[in-house]
Design a protein around this ligand. Structure first.
Ligand code: GAR
Length: 197
């Protein structure tokens, strides 16, 4: 039986597409839902075009009531009965209660070498810190923001004169390689951490 995967997005969904593309090949898992918290998230159209069920729970409709937003999110997820949830550019902070429901089943990709640069603006912060390397991390989601066991990382060099946009543009293709590899491993129970490349 293939593992059922739900993917949560907020934007363009390029990581979601990379995951889905890989699952279209011989794979231990299959995408059962792509869910966004923003109605015009570009990734929704991409998922629909690939024939994947989509849903949108617009967080703005809940006017700051995170508990109600997460209850709606949970309802949509429960209906899809995922074995694994992949956060892929999902830009809402989730409450510990929500995470506890799915702990051990939820992955996230973060654009830094964790535990460095948790949170936002990771590329600029890597530059500001004078890093010679930068990278991305796929990790299990726990109640700690961008914490949780590391499953895989990929690194790039920082070149003289790089801007945050340069780093983001060079890193994204590696994110698209790393996340599918980690998901494949995770779907068969392999949680050993790996370095890509
Ligand atoms: C990716 O770079 C991902 O690592 C980042 O958002 C981007 C989403 O792009 N995630 C975070 O910053 C999470 N804190 P995508 O929608 O094209 O996959």
């Amino acid at each position: 039986m293939k593992k059922r995967v739900a993917i949560l997005i907020s934007g363009g969904g390029s990581n979601m597409e990379a995951l889905v593309q890989d699952m279209e090949r011989d794979h231990p898992a299959e995408p059962v839902l792509v869910l966004a918290n923003i109605p015009d998230a570009g990734g929704l159209a991409k998922a629909k075009a690939r024939g994947i069920p989509t849903a949108c729970i617009d967080h703005r409709a809940f006017r700051g009531d995170r508990t109600a937003f997460e209850a709606a999110l949970n309802q949509a997820l429960e209906a899809a009965a995922p074995d694994i949830i992949c956060l892929a550019g999902f830009m809402r902070i989730l409450a510990p209660e929500f995470i506890a429901r799915w702990q051990g089943k939820m992955l996230n990709i973060h654009p830094s070498i964790l535990p460095l640069f948790r949170g936002l603006h990771t590329h600029q912060r890597a530059l500001d810190a004078g890093m010679a390397v930068h990278g991305c991390t796929v990790h299990e989601v726990t109640g700690e923001l961008d914490g949780g066991p590391i499953l895989g990382q990929a690194v790039i060099p920082v070149h003289e004169g790089d801007t945050a946009d340069d780093l983001a543009a060079r890193l994204l293709p590696l994110e698209h390689k790393l996340y599918p590899v980690v998901l494949r491993r995770f779907a068969v129970g392999n949680r050993a951490k790996m370095l890509l490349g």
